[in-house]
Design a protein around this ligand. Structure first.
Ligand SMILES: [Zn+2]
Length: 258
């Protein structure tokens, strides 16, 4: 089964390349893992999807406020959000071939996927890309490429409230790039190091959360259908209680089923 799925993914990747949708990033110089370039048809498709999303969820509503925040943010943001301390994946290194893996994606625990050697003990690897801002090379100049767009909205919450005085419930929306230093990028454009997010933060009274959860779930399904997606192939996944992020009461993911 897994083999068939891999073959299908390979077929999709080569079709996307031949038809001018998606190319491997930096391909003629050997590629750069976890990066992809959108070709003429790919960028047209991507722009269409973004436009449809923005029209429905931002322009089409009077309770949604769009922002376009900078990718580089003050490190204090990522300290406050917990990303500096806890946005990590368990990294292991093969004692034989020295290749590195995400521990929880190994086919067999403690065994190298490539050479069958033993892997060492896991250490926590922070997934944020780091760079230096300005000419001074000290820790005060360290900044991160944002690993999510959400914080760009949270830090502008007060600005938007001060300018527009919205009453609850209201939302903020953003489309933009985010970056994660995945140890093992995989599954074509589904697990990459540089990607684009379309995200909404909707602010409500706590007691109303179930009502708005169901409402936005329906809105998402309606939006997918409006794009022409065959809804028989959309699979809804309820994230198990024990797997929920600390801030989450409920989480549902949509994925394609083949
Ligand atoms: Zn190995």
């Amino acid at each position: 089964m897994e083999k068939e799925e891999n073959n299908l993914m390979d077929k999709i990747m080569s079709l996307c390349k031949r038809r001018g949708f998606v190319y491997q990033g930096s391909e003629i110089y050997g590629g750069l893992a976890g990066t992809f370039d959108y070709g003429p048809l790919g960028v047209a498709l991507k722009n269409n999807i973004k436009t449809l999303w923005w029209k429905k969820f931002v322009d089409g509503r009077d309770d949604m406020y769009g922002v376009d925040a900078a990718i580089l943010m003050n490190s204090a943001v990522w300290k406050a959000s917990g990303h500096i301390d806890t946005f990590t994946d368990p990294l292991v290194e093969c004692t034989k071939c020295k290749k590195r893996f995400r521990e929880d994606t190994l086919k067999e625990k403690g065994v190298c996927d490539d050479c069958g050697g033993k892997t060492g003990t896991a250490r926590q690897f922070n997934m944020m890309f780091q760079t230096q801002i300005g000419a001074v090379e000290d820790s005060s100049a360290t900044v991160y490429l944002r690993p999510e767009t959400a914080q760009g909205m949270f830090v502008n919450f007060k600005n938007v409230v001060d300018s527009f005085h919205p009453k609850l419930p209201f939302g903020m929306a953003q489309i933009g790039k985010a970056f994660r230093n995945e140890i093992t990028p995989r599954d074509f454009i589904f697990r990459v190091r540089e990607f684009e997010q379309m995200e909404i933060e909707y602010f409500i009274k706590d007691v109303d959360w179930e009502k708005y959860f169901e409402y936005f779930r329906d809105e998402m399904l309606a939006w997918m259908e409006s794009m022409g997606i065959d809804m028989n192939k959309v699979h809804e996944l309820e994230v198990l209680k024990e797997d929920l992020a600390h801030y989450s009461k409920r989480n549902e993911a949509f994925s394609p089923s083949y």
